[in-house]
Design a protein around this ligand. Structure first.
Ligand code: AMP
Length: 186
């Protein structure tokens, strides 16, 4: 099963992706986590990406797409994945379809987590990540609205919208229930 998770910063994508990937037994592929790992290991890619994460801007596609292509080419991701944080633009979505088409695969669902803005800011400020300062949070929200939100229309046919407010387990069951029928877990 191949799933994309979208939602504004603070929607709880990372939390839900971790639980869902375990329940569905598919790898959780988070581009944010991959970037943070590269930055931590001080790889060349990490050095290039850092300024964008610090600013709350998108890392350019020539860096991001290659990293995703490599990750999705690893054996564990061949039979499925839960993508968290990618694609974030229509261009990236087109790149992803190309990668999947090469492998004769396609997406099964795009799950959108929605939350009211005040809940989002509260969650982010409680998280303590280095890019969770007020200015950078505001910038990431703006990037989401202008660059990522158009994805929702692009994926209209695959889109399943889930209200991401309330206890984590309830949001997880809503997300599982929103998946195409043959993929549901009892
Ligand atoms: P996240 O952990 O998903 O909130 O991502 C943290 C940061 O990583 C973002 O603010 C971007 O700077 C960068 N990033 C993550 N995914 C992408 C992507 N698909 N395209 C470009 N930049 C990304």
């Amino acid at each position: 099963m191949r799933i994309v998770l979208v939602g504004p910063p603070g929607a709880g994508k990372g939390t839900q992706a971790t639980v869902l990937s375990r329940k569905l037994d598919i790898p959780h592929v988070s581009t944010g986590d991959l970037f943070r790992e590269h930055i931590g290991r001080q790889t060349l890619l990490g050095q290039e990406a850092k300024q964008y994460l610090d600013a709350g801007d998108l890392v350019p596609d020539h860096i991001t797409n290659g990293m995703v292509r490599q990750r999705l080419g690893e054996p564990d991701a061949r039979r499925g994945f839960l993508l968290d944080g990618f694609p974030r633009t229509v261009e990236q979505a087109e790149e992803l379809s190309g990668m999947l088409a090469e492998a004769g695969a396609e997406l099964d669902a795009v799950v959108e987590l929605t939350v009211p803005e005040d809940v989002v800011v509260e969650r982010l400020l409680g998280r303590g990540r280095p890019d969770d300062t007020e200015g950078v949070i505001r910038r990431r929200q703006q990037v989401y609205r202008t660059q990522t939100a158009p994805l929702l229309e692009h994926y209209a046919g695959l889109l399943r919208t889930v209200q991401a407010v309330g206890p984590v387990e309830e949001i997880t069951s809503r997300a599982l229930g929103a998946l195409p029928h043959h993929h549901r877990v009892a």
